[in-house]
Design a protein around this ligand. Sequence first.
Ligand code: PLP
Length: 489
Amino acid sequence: LDPEEFRKQGHMMVDFLADYFHNIKTYPVHSLVEPGYLKKLLPDSAPNQPEPIEKILQDVQRDIFPGLTHWQSPNFFAYFPCISSTAGILGEMLTAGLNVVGFSWIASPAATELESIVMDWLGKLINLPKTYLFSGGGGGVIQGTTCEAMLCTIVAARDQMSDKVGRENMDKLVVYASDQTHFSFQKAVKISGIKPENFRAIPTTKATEFALCPESLSATIQEDIKVGLIPLFLCVTIGTTSTTVVDPLKPLCEIAKEYGIWVHVDAAYAGSACICPEFQHYLDGVENANSLSLNAHKWLFSTLDCCCLWVKDPSSLTKALSTTPECLRNKVTDSKQAIDYKDWQIALSRRFRSLKLWLVLRSYGVANLRNFIRSHIKMAKHFEGLVTMDERFEIVAPRKFSMVCFRFSPLALEKKDKFVDQDQVNKFNAKLLESINLSGNIHMTHALVGGVYMIRFAIGSPMTDYQNIDMAWEVIRNHANAMLDVKST
Ligand code: PLP
């Protein structure tokens, strides 16, 4: 690592990325390459001799860019956002440059200490009860993804329960979620060793706007208890992936408390909105949950990956996840005066992720971060207004945050006396979405909830403004018009 060479190449890389951001809107948002495209362009084996960075960057532009879906494009409205920012990228750069491995406090004290400070900062910002903060006996850790955070909390709950009921009863443990819960929960449950048949995805209905109904949870738990099973864990979602539904945390936690069930709150996307006081009511009841996670890389400008997990009882995590090999023993660990974050996560090694979150919080300040989030929500309201004004379209799920779920309406598809069924409406909307995405002008994804196929319009790219929203709506209408013309000829 030659510092001067690093300086030279680093400047080139920053210029390259700055140019990319300048030009990002000129690229098709959604990559249109076929599987295996890159193998045809790149050599079969690694080069024997060094190649200059200029040449490599040219190849990135020529070969890699066509295979990119441009998540930071102002015309990207797919999935949930994964927002980058100058502070987030520079934080990543600092992390990569320093490249310390903070598995234990002694391995790099600042990495551990900054993480715990930043987690308390963010916990306070979303108004978590003191019991989740280090200053109140709880604590936070930055993980890679929600799935990892869920897995760690499930194994903490599992081991805690096993102390109570004995290892021989592990096959009886049951976990609960709604049928709208993100599939990463099911994956975490699978890895944790809970029997697949003990996973309850409780059906939701239109009547409760697809939120988990406390009565259904209660009835399911009671049925399980009746047959000798042991309720273990409940995942409550604040902002589901399909339609941003918010499960009623307070009553769900009250039921869980009655049965000694661990409650994890998955606020992967919508948790970031809770830095704004007007959204904090969605977390009412969290005082009776056990853990909460949010992905700061989704909607808090912190670049992938940055999943913030808080637990009220860190010892439950460390009991389940700690290992103390002789080679890592040191006085500080032995004295239990400091955190060894290796005992709060799956892996041993860990990146200094808190730097980017620290940079984001400091560089923008809370007031600006709140304004960014509010501006995305205002743009979503604006888009919702556009959809509502065109009677051929309809909003199919209540909008709570910065995502709008809509579809071309069945009524608009019906010819005079010819009824169209749900399947036909779904197919029309699926074709509409496909045709829009193939155009490369904007990118959206879909959900299927209660049998209804809907198009999700998720706002959150750092460069999106009202012009992009209006243009997107124009694109959507033009494609719908074209499809209808094709149908009538
Ligand atoms: N939970 C919710 C509500 C999500 O929306 C997502 C991803 O979009 C996840 C969990 C999965 O997150 P991760 O990829 O960090 O595991």
